[in-house]
Ligand binder design. Sequence first.
Ligand SMILES: NC(=O)c1ccc[n+]([C@@H]2O[C@H](COP(=O)([O-])OP(=O)(O)OC[C@H]3O[C@@H](n4cnc5c(N)ncnc54)[C@H](OP(=O)(O)O)[C@@H]3O)[C@@H](O)[C@H]2O)c1
Length: 429
Amino acid sequence: MNIGIGFLGFGHIGSGVWGVLNANADTIAHKEGTTFTLRRALVRDLRKPRAAALPDGVLTDRFEDILGDPGISVVAEFMGGVDPACGYIEALLRAGKSVVTANKEVIAQRWHRLETAAREGGAGLYYEASVGGGIPVIRTITDSLQANDIDSVMGIINGTTNHILTRMSEQGRSYDAALREAQEDGLAEPDPRNDVEGFDAAYKLSILSSLAFHARVPVDRVYREGITRMTPEVIRYGQELGYAVKLLAIGKKRGTSIEARVHPTFIPENHPLASVRGAYNAVFLHGNAVGNLMLYGRGAGDLPTASAIVSDCIVAAKAKDHRYNSFRNEARPAPEVAFDGNWQTKYFLNLEVIDRPGVLAAIAGILARRQVSVASLIQKGYGTATVPLIFVTHQTYEQSMLQAVREIESLPDIIEIKALIRVEDEDSA
Ligand SMILES: NC(=O)c1ccc[n+]([C@@H]2O[C@H](COP(=O)([O-])OP(=O)(O)OC[C@H]3O[C@@H](n4cnc5c(N)ncnc54)[C@H](OP(=O)(O)O)[C@@H]3O)[C@@H](O)[C@H]2O)c1
């Protein structure tokens, strides 16, 4: 079976997909009985130098050349962004062409619209590469864990921030230095906000938790906090307590209530996710039949991402009936689903205080009034005018903790709230 294929975009990922389609053509033909012919690839600028050469006449700057080509039945999108990608994908689906996309932003924000277009056009919509790059996490959830109720998903799903935090943790680098090095190594964008502020991880968590919990989790229901305020000092204090810091994407389901959050998190250093270093990604989930499961691998890069995209192209090309999500996929969440912004977890609180009698009692009083119970308290250093204090709490409610911190901040002897980091361990499952 030979499949005519189109590309939307021919940048970093597009060149990787072209490379895998060529280098592994015999393998794919041998295993799947499928060959692909790239008929058209859409780019913005036809004169731009390309990392890989395409046959003459394949590059185009006219979307209509792909939409109107009856020989193209599958289109792979890796141009990125919401517009115009969304409109292009929608038009292709309505025209009956299946679409494979690596674009987490368009899926997280316009999934409902694209899925409706796919159903109505009788086409398939595939997005394995949108989360976890080369890690086959989407199909693992949809096609291998269907028999489970999944109640928790925790992931390191942004390689840039994991690389920065690894450098800060292992080499004591400041945030700014670690970011600069990541940019020099090509692992962070010149404008890094999408990664370091947690947007990218929030898009991916919206997709993952919707699939895992079988209910639409819109991205605006994902709590988001990035890594820009992390310091090597706070990471070191955490390490002294046996924790590693990760930007975790956490989804949990209790009954019909879902919590979804992205934030820096301390996890025990013997947790499987603690060993995920550098630009690697991993997703750790719990199903009521399978138990704990972890998927680990390269979450970005041209070839790992191409591995997922080409796999989707094969599935799209061979599907007799395309499958769609069976949960209600609309812009707004289903009315029966509640979103919990007052989750329970443990907290690490680092304060800089004036070393005066009574300061500890005042802080302890506030925590007690807000029903925050302290598991441990450490004072770092003595004999200086100000000292760092570290509290680790037992499980407590998010809103109680935030309220307590606001009150503590207004005490006269508090110089600074240096960090409030959520702690996930076996009690938080
Ligand atoms: N990079 C990764 O490791 C990775 C991993 C997983 C998923 N993804 C996702 O893959 C997608 C692409 O990433 P990338 O790194 O390959 O980006 P990229 O190198 O910037 O490539 C984007 C391509 O799309 C084309 N393009 C962009 N806007 C266009 C428009 N309005 N009309 C026509 N063509 C347009 C560009 O054309 P020109 O070449 O002419 O400028 C370029 O060829 C993104 O959604 C990204 O989130 C990336």
